[in-house]
Design a protein. Sequence first.
Length: 518
Amino acid sequence: MEVFVARQPIFNRSTQLDAYELLYRQDELHSQFDGSEAATATMQVIANTLLSFGLENILGGKKAFLNFDRTLLINAAQDILPPEIAVLEILETVEPDAEVITACARLRERGYTLALDDFVSHPKMEPLIPFAKIIKVDMRATERQEMERLFKLYGGRGIAMLAEKVETHEEFEWAHGIGYDLFQGYFFARPSLVRCQQIPSDQITCLRLLSQLQQAELDPAKVQILVSQDASLCYKLLRYANSGLFGFRVEIRSIEHALAIIGQQGIRHWIGLAAVPALAKEKPKELVTHTLVRARFCERLAELSGRQESGRAFLMGILSLIDVLTGVPLDEALDHLAVDSQIRASLLGTAPEQDVLGVIYALACKYEEGAWHSVDALHPRLQIKPSSISAAYAESMLWARQVLHSTNRRADTRRYIRFVTDRVTFVRWEDAEGRERVSSAKLLNVSTHGIQLQLNEKIPYRSYVSCSDAKLHIAGTGLVRYCNFNKGKFLIGLEFPSGTGWRPLPDSDGPAGASTNW
């Protein structure tokens, strides 16, 4: 069964990211579930999507809010998730009978955090209050006087009060002012802004860089001129080009060389990576991640649809939050960039119904919100399968994390099992002076995308190492991802971008033992 996963950030009183709510659906055909179907869908989200992509990819070390109905509560469906990660949202439809109360008591004893979703004060809900650490109040469905009463009634009992569906800056300020602890909604993406606020001068270069993304073919000379005006941008470009995302054999020491070697798509991605954090000063860090994820997601949707719009879709994704990044209303911010009419119409919601960029942007936003009825209506227009959309979203989150941390890992290879072995092989590499070296190495484990070696010599980080072992069918050149000194030897991990070529030994399932650790 295909499943979608979307995440919505939850912030604390300091507007720092506290957790994500993970949203789900059952399959590509149904958007409405009965209780049994909802339980099945949630388990599929947990078991298939979260564990397939990795909890760290989805959550980034934060907690996950998950909707739990009566079936899931009673059947201990949360066991697959560690208590320090999961926040179980008890749906408002759950009747607190004896079985539910017993289940809640058991979950609290095991260390799970329980939240009451869409809470409405009613005598029948009182049995659940002693087990709740969080109460969620819907700002769209609850009068402010009642929200204040609920805070006074439950906030003093050690229960965190969460205001959800906060859609404006004014609503956030009000809920914050009366003492609410957590906030969920799109206030950070669409705040109420002061008109005619000027963009700081140090952000102008970033906006000019973004404007270059409108061109079908970038002009590296113009980009070079803009980068040369800002020492910080120069540093960021050289660091990006020298990162393991590319794995080049030579050091890149000039702006012109860096732009030439990373290519058109690399330049587009770097501009977004460099400009967004610079524009997001004093804004929540999650806003930067959210912007880059959305930009890459729009780009991937354009690629999946087969349209020649991926570059413009990437720009559209970044500009969709330009008002929040700059503190200027969206239409005014777009004026500063002289954005083309199609992107402008898509972002302002005035594009024709069948406009490709408009559909891509609407699909990206509705998927993020978990508005599955709208997703069902939109994806056929782009001829994209629902399963491809969920994969593209996960890929976009991984990409954003990689570029933000300048990771040297070019792919999410942790999901491939490493098979333990104990063989001696030979490797060829170049030392710091460019001399070819051949060393004997102990092969510790191997997978389809990497190997781990133990040597007497130190091989520099990001060096290229050739390794061949006919017995294991290993052949190729890998990039040194780490070189750690341990017990008199050097422990070296090699990542093979094109694969190791490894196959199991004859008449066996692989080398003795298996490990998922490097």
